[in-house]
Design a binder for this molecule. Structure first.
Ligand SMILES: NC(=O)C1=CN([C@@H]2O[C@H](COP(=O)(O)OP(=O)(O)OC[C@H]3O[C@@H](n4cnc5c(N)ncnc54)[C@H](O)[C@@H]3O)[C@@H](O)[C@H]2O)C=CC1
Ligand SMILES: CC(C)CC(=O)C(=O)O
Ligand SMILES: [Mg+2]
Length: 347
């Protein structure tokens, strides 16, 4: 089984190194790794954020373990050369449309939540975010208005097939959990969202055992901090899911804690923390590697069908936290490698 390792930029190499140490410690038979350049690192080395060699590794791999991309040095490049195109390109090229972002509070971290501990303690939700469409992939550009003003535009759209397949992913996830699905949209204003809602309702006929509700995204942002315990599975589009998942991360304690899986229809997946390359702390040993380590556990479970070692990683993270492991984002002083050490000690 081939795992593509794409560390990327900023804290990416630091956190992926810790996840790799944990995978190595499990000594799983038959795992092989190929490393590839992505993001600003790839642009600086070979002139493109997603070089053909990297895409080739990704296509051959059973799973991809991804750090993060994004480099302030590259922020004024033409859009198609910017580091972020690597993650967008991988999602699109491999048809990775179903981005699963679980947010569950570890009891020891309830006090690190931006919410009151008793509110945070109730959080156990999954955001199912579509990642192949929406405004991220629509026509975009700059133009000049009739009045001579500069105007930027990005077209938001979803077709019914795109909504249908992510709706199925949402219903199936809800069925495997507590049977509640909340579809988040902005159907009071956007036609894209009206189609989204209509299609989700059509698909719901196939899941009579799942309780479907709908919520506008502005209300969802509010409900996520007012009463996050009400949510089981949230299914939503690319943009709304991106924003709500960063928000959910602080509800459970830190953006350094949220793992993710992005799946296509054939079992292949990309696994990454939900956060970015954190240039403000890169190279300082301050990055929390737990989201990446937990992403490696999701990789074992979802793409490699290895649920026992996945359970072991998750249990080790829980034990490390229970034993007091804390990086600065969790109110502690342990550096990135020490956090990795703590998980290894708990394996
Ligand atoms: N999937 C990806 O590769 C993503 C890439 N990005 C890119 O990352 C770059 C930075 O973006 P930002 O908006 O600053 O978001 P960010 O998620 O990188 O950082 C936001 C804040 O959270 C902190 N943070 C993030 N991860 C952390 C960790 N593991 N441990 C401790 N603290 C952590 C950072 O230090 C920063 O203060 C940009 O170039 C952006 O485009 C952003 C999100 C996702
Ligand atoms: C960097 C973006 C392309 C994506 C993002 O913020 C995310 O997937 O969370
Ligand atoms: Mg994001």
């Amino acid at each position: 089984m081939l795992i593509a390792l794409f560390p990327g930029d900023g804290i990416g190499p630091e956190i992926v190194a810790q996840a790799k140490r944990v995978l190595d410690a499990l000594a799983i038979d038959g795992l092989t790794y190929e490393e590839g350049l992505v993001g600003g690192a790839a642009y600086k080395a070979v002139g493109h954020p997603l070089p053909p060699e990297t895409l080739d590794i990704a296509k051959r791999a059973d799973a991809i373990l991804f750090g993060a991309v994004g480099d302030p040095d590259c922020d004024s490049l033409e859009r198609h050369l910017r580091p972020e195109q690597a993650i967008l390109g991988l999602r699109k090229e491999l048809g990775l449309f179903s981005n699963l972002r679980p947010a569950k509070v570890f009891p020891e971290l309830a006090h690190e939540s931006a919410l009151k501990p008793e509110v945070a303690g109730s959080i156990d939700l999954l955001i199912v975010r579509e990642t192949n469409g929406d405004v991220y992939f629509g026509e975009k550009g700059f133009r000049t208005t009739a009045d001579g003003l500069r105007e930027g535009y990005d077209i938001m759209s979803y077709n019914e097939a795109e909504v249908r397949r992510i709706a199925h992913a949402g219903f199936q996830a809800a069925r495997a959990r507590r049977g509640k699905l909340c579809s988040v949209d902005k159907a009071n204003v956007l036609e894209t969202s009206q189609l989204w809602r209509d299609v989700v309702i059509e698909v719901s006929a196939e899941y009579p055992d799942v309780a479907l509700t709908h919520m506008y995204v502005d209300n969802a942002a509010m409900q996520l901090v007012r009463n996050p315990g009400q949510f089981d599975v949230i299914v939503t589009g690319n943009l709304f899911g991106d924003i709500l998942s960063d928000q959910a991360s602080m509800c459970v304690g830190s953006i350094g804690m949220l793992a993710s899986a992005t799946l296509n229809g054939s079992g292949q997946g990309l696994y990454e923390p939900i956060h970015g390359s954190a240039p403000d702390i890169a190279g300082q040993g301050k990055a929390n590697p737990l989201a990446t380590i937990l992403s490696a556990a999701m990789m074992l479970r979802y793409s490699l069908n290895l649920s026992d070692p996945a359970d072991r990683i998750e249990a080790a993270v829980a034990k490390a936290l229970a034993d007091g492991a804390r990086s600065p984002d969790l109110g502690g002083t342990m550096n990135t490698v020490e956090m990795g050490d703590a998980v290894l000690a708990a394996l």
